[in-house]
Design a protein around this ligand. Structure first.
Ligand SMILES: Cc1ncc(COP(=O)(O)O)c(C=O)c1O
Length: 107
């Protein structure tokens, strides 16, 4: 198969992603931070480790300030609605993706 929509979905993913996620969901796919049982603690440690890796990757100073979202649209909505306030100016272009333009037009 030749998949031409890769930027939107990151499909197919590297084999290591499938291997890790399969193992994660089978081993510790519970809700991290919800309780103190072993699996929950393990999931929480994986999450903390991921936060630290990403903070280092992005040169962040505090891993706890990282915010995971379900997709880019969700992240952009959070950033745009969270940062802009009445009277602010946002500079964009008409060829910007809908996930940026729609919240801007809404504001
Ligand atoms: C440039 C750009 N921004 C944002 C998005 C939205 O991403 P998501 O599908 O993760 O919400 C896309 C998706 O194709 C995109 O191409």
């Amino acid at each position: 198969m030749i998949f031409l929509d890769n930027a939107a979905t990151s499909y197919p993913k590297p084999e290591s992603v499938y291997t890790f996620m399969d193992s994660f969901y089978r081993r510790a796919g519970v809700n991290p931070g919800r309780s103190g049982y072993d699996l929950c603690m393990e999931a929480g440690e994986l999450l903390d480790g991921t936060r630290k890796l990403l903070a280092r990757f992005f040169n962040g100073t505090d891993p706890n300030r990282l915010c995971f979202t379900s997709n880019s649209t969700d992240a952009l909505n959070l950033a745009i609605f969270g940062l802009l306030k009445e009277g602010d100016h946002a500079i964009s272009t008409t060829i910007e993706h809908n996930s940026v333009l729609r919240p801007l037009y809404h504001l």
